[in-house]
Design a protein around this ligand. Structure first.
Ligand SMILES: [Zn+2]
Length: 341
């Protein structure tokens, strides 16, 4: 396989004037010009670097009089990490053209890891590889009504193709829900109304199955995303409810009344717009793509649509939590027999 040189995936080029160009990414803006300009060197070279080109071909295109200049330009661009050497064959994982902008954005982030890599191990960010990971992600999408449909549409648009969607209002949804959880790496819960019993059930099932899960809902003027719960790692939904209840003595009663109203398709009133879908979808992309830390990891994000006040509230584990704390560990295990739906 032949080696090619190509602009780093995160960049687009913009011609500014004559032989001056701007190299732009979501976070950078760099001016490119040649000292001894006037021979349109950049205009001849940059389009080839955008698509990927063998170095010998680049030299032959500019001709013998500019070989030294092109070598100088290349070593400068390679040294600054603006141009990369790639193998011609494995250049890019093929992605939908509609996702080109997202892939370019993802290329700004090295893969997210708990332990920072050593300087000489710093992994090359690759938007296409992150996008491929997103495409392969096995996600169980569980919810109801408008919010479920919107989250599904957002994630489909972002390139998730391996989703299993379960509408909890459908008949026989219980068995499909359990199968979806078993077959997934991430469970995403987005009921249209506040359904606290669903969140409690999912908490129990995901703790038992060892599945990471996250959720979103809109309650009156408040949009809530998270907390994202990683069994054995973060606080669980039971911990979250204990903390909410200790700050707000009416929390449980309020949540249960909201659920009774939801059974009749009612709520205490809210705007007929949706904000939760995009916020939740962005967290899902971080969780499955691994390009950045999901901010709802062990935390709840809230946004008030009237005041536009927002907050990220850490949710700490509670040792006495009946779902994930010491009492849960003392309980006889429920997974002695293989469960069949
Ligand atoms: Zn807990």
């Amino acid at each position: 396989m032949k080696s090619q040189v190509r602009f780093a995936e995160r960049f687009v080029t913009l011609r500014e004037a004559g032989d001056e160009y701007r190299l732009l990414s979501a976070f950078e803006s760099l001016r490119l010009r040649t000292e001894n300009g006037g021979n349109d060197l950049l205009s001849r070279v940059l389009p080839l670097l955008r698509d990927g080109v063998a170095e010998e071909r680049l030299r032959s295109v500019v001709g013998p009089q500019d070989v030294a200049n092109v070598d100088l330009l290349l070593s400068e661009l390679l040294g600054r990490g603006l141009v990369e050497r790639v193998e011609a064959g494995d250049a890019l994982v093929s992605v939908d053209r509609r996702l080109a902008s997202q892939v370019r954005f993802l290329a700004n982030f090295p893969p997210f890891a708990d332990v920072p890599p050593l300087p000489d191990q710093f992994p090359r960010p690759s938007g296409s590889e992150t996008q491929a990971r997103i495409a392969r992600a096995q996600v169980a999408l569980i919810g109801s009504g408008d919010l479920l449909g919107r989250v599904e549409a957002q994630l489909t648009r972002a390139g998730l193709v391996a989703m299993t969607t379960v509408d909890i209002d459908d008949q026989d949804s219980d068995a499909r829900l359990r199968a979806a959880i078993r077959g997934s790496e991430l469970v995403v819960v987005c009921p249209d109304h506040q359904r606290v019993s669903l969140l409690r059930d999912l908490n129990r099932m995901c703790l038992e199955a060892g599945r990471t899960w996250t959720s979103a809902r809109t309650i009156g003027s408040r949009v809530e995303v998270g907390p994202t719960i990683v069994p054995g790692d973060t606080a669980c939904f039971g911990c979250y409810e204990l903390r909410r209840q200790s700050n707000d003595a009416g929390y449980r009663d309020g949540a249960e009344r909201a659920e009774l109203l939801a059974v009749d398709g009612l709520d205490t009133g809210r705007l007929a717009i949706e904000v939760a879908d995009g916020l939740l979808a962005a967290e899902v992309l971080k969780l499955v793509g691994g390009f950045s830390r999901p901010m709802t990891y062990g935390a709840l994000f809230s946004l008030d649509l009237v005041t536009l006040e927002s907050g990220l509230h850490p949710v700490l584990k509670i040792p006495r939590c009946a779902s994930c704390g010491a009492p849960a560990r003392n309980r006889p295990t429920t997974s002695v027999w293989p469960f069949t739906p």
